[in-house]
Design a protein. Structure first.
Lengths: 235, 257
């Protein structure tokens, strides 16, 4: 019990800093919040869709290319993120996408998708082929609504959360690819930190922590509502 | 729709490899001799190796120990609490540690920005241990306890019990976690930029700053460093997977039987 308590305390210690300074609660740049929320929604949606589809394909395919594609989609995990970013900068500069919303979204998708596929693939492997195989005899709409969605809803929530956390961690990527034209809460935190405005920096930190928490509760509530509704329909 | 989604995913996954090709093309005019003899880069390289080895090593050991303890003792609440740091963005974690070790309110043991990069290492351990913990948790939950029981019956020491009854099964998740962490920590910007010092900088910070303060498309040095670093990590990944291939294959076959 003492050991457990000690480990919990160690985990929570850094959160004490949130109460050292009074956050300013002033919003310097509304566009930063709008951009952040926009990127979270777009990227979470694309990541959930592409990763679930890819993991599903990897689980069932008999293609002789399966192992090659498996390696290909997991390989970016072993490439340092900043190296990918430097190369992407050169590619996107050739395509004229530097300083655009599309360029930033594409770069963020490149760095988040390997993690999402890994999560989706592991999640499906834990559920196991036999259970999913039984679901395949149902017509596709019923299969998705009554079996796959309830089974994968937690997995999809985790993917959305991870995507959000990785996105909110990116300063160098957004600054370089966005050419300073696309402000997010993360880039604002850096500026307030450099300007030595602790109150503003802390309010940005609060926001960075609260975004994933809010998303977690929103998605959990949505999951619970959907599963209850689907159960009601089945009775 | 499934095939087209997979095709899009493959195209997105090919972009990092294409990015490396672009880095190679851009690094062509590089004077490699001057890069290797440059003292600033050399000091950064040594400091980066130190920070990466300590952060990765400690995260792996603590994460594995936590997963083992949580499964053995059935601590479900602790298991949920330990995941929390994963959902804090890296930059927010860095700022929390900065506040924790700076100013009048902070813990006075060490400075937030100091030459030994202690706060950077602590932040990485706090952030990455939950990742290792989760990777190991799945393996420990499925681990066949029979091997450990047999090791106990043979009266092996606790370390030998772990070495023969558990370690071979942890090889794959440990390797995966180790290289993901090395790739992530070694060439990152946000945490070391916030908590680091002006000299020596970690290699990711130095490369990014050289790129962003110079002429973006004509700065060959940072591109060359990024390429070399990726090659080093790539060689490490390749060698470690090749060297452990036979033992991993034997375990997979054993599990299937």
């Amino acid at each position: 019990m003492i050991r457990q308590g000690l480990l919990i305390c160690l985990t929570f210690i850094p959160f004490i800093s949130l109460f050292f300074v009074v956050p300013s609660f002033e919003i310097e740049n509304n566009m930063a919040i709008v951009h952040t929320i926009g990127l979270i929604v777009i990227l979470s949606g694309i990541n959930v869709w592409l990763s679930m589809m890819c993991a599903w394909w990897l689980l069932w395919t008999d293609s002789r290319w399966k192992h090659v594609i498996e390696w290909l989609v997991f390989l970016p995990l072993f490439i340092p993120m900043l190296a990918t970013l430097f190369g992407l900068y050169l590619i996107l500069a050739e395509a004229g996408l530097i300083g655009t919303y599309v360029g930033v979204t594409l770069a963020l998708l490149v760095v988040t998708i390997p993690y999402s596929i890994r999560l989706a693939y592991n999640g499906m492997a834990v559920i196991g082929r036999p259970l999913l195989e039984q679901a395949r005899i149902l017509p596709s709409r019923r299969r998705v609504m009554y079996v796959l969605y309830p089974l994968f809803s937690r997995l999809m929530r985790t993917i959305a959360l991870f995507t959000t956390v990785i996105l909110l961690s990116q300063f160098a990527l957004i600054q370089l690819i966005g050419a300073g034209l696309i402000p997010t809460v993360t880039t604002e935190l850096y500026q307030s930190y450099a300007g030595n405005n602790r109150g503003l920096a802390l309010s940005n930190t609060w926001m960075l922590i609260l975004f994933p928490v809010l998303l977690y509760f929103l998605l959990s509530g949505w999951d619970r509502y959907m599963v209850r509704m689907l159960k009601g329909r089945l009775q | 729709m499934l095939r087209s989604s997979v095709a899009v995913t493959i195209m997105v996954s090919l972009l990092p490899l294409t990015a490396l090709v672009f880095l190679a093309i851009e690094s062509m005019g590089m004077d490699w001799g001057s890069l290797l003899t440059n003292e600033t880069w050399r000091d950064s390289f040594v400091t980066t190796i130190y920070v990466v080895s300590v952060s990765t090593g400690l995260s792996l050991v603590i994460g594995t120990w936590l997963a083992r303890t949580v499964v053995q003792k059935g601590w479900r609440f602790l298991s949920s609490v330990l995941r929390l740091p994963m959902f804090v963005p890296h930059i927010a974690a860095a700022y929390l540690f900065w506040l924790l070790f700076t100013g009048m309110n902070g813990i006075g043991w060490i400075e937030a920005n100091e030459r030994n990069y202690v706060t950077v290492i602590l932040t990485y351990i706090w952030k990455e241990t939950p990742f290792v913990f989760l990777m190991m948790l799945g393996t420990y939950e499925q681990l066949n306890r029979g091997y450990v029981e047999m090791a106990k019956t043979l009266q092996l020491s606790p370390f030998d019990q772990f070495k023969h009854g558990e370690l071979p099964f942890l090889m794959k998740p440990l390797l995966d976690s180790a290289w993901i962490l090395i790739a992530f920590i070694s060439f990152a910007y946000e945490i070391p930029a916030l908590l680091g010092v002006t000299y020596p900088k970690l290699i990711g910070v130095l490369a990014y700053e050289r790129l962003s303060t110079g002429l973006y498309l004509e700065a060959t040095e940072p591109y060359a460093v990024a390429l070399v670093w990726t090659c080093l990590v790539g060689i490490g990944v390749f060698l470690s997977y090749v060297l452990t291939a036979s033992i991993r294959r034997r375990i997979e076959r054993g599990v299937r039987r």
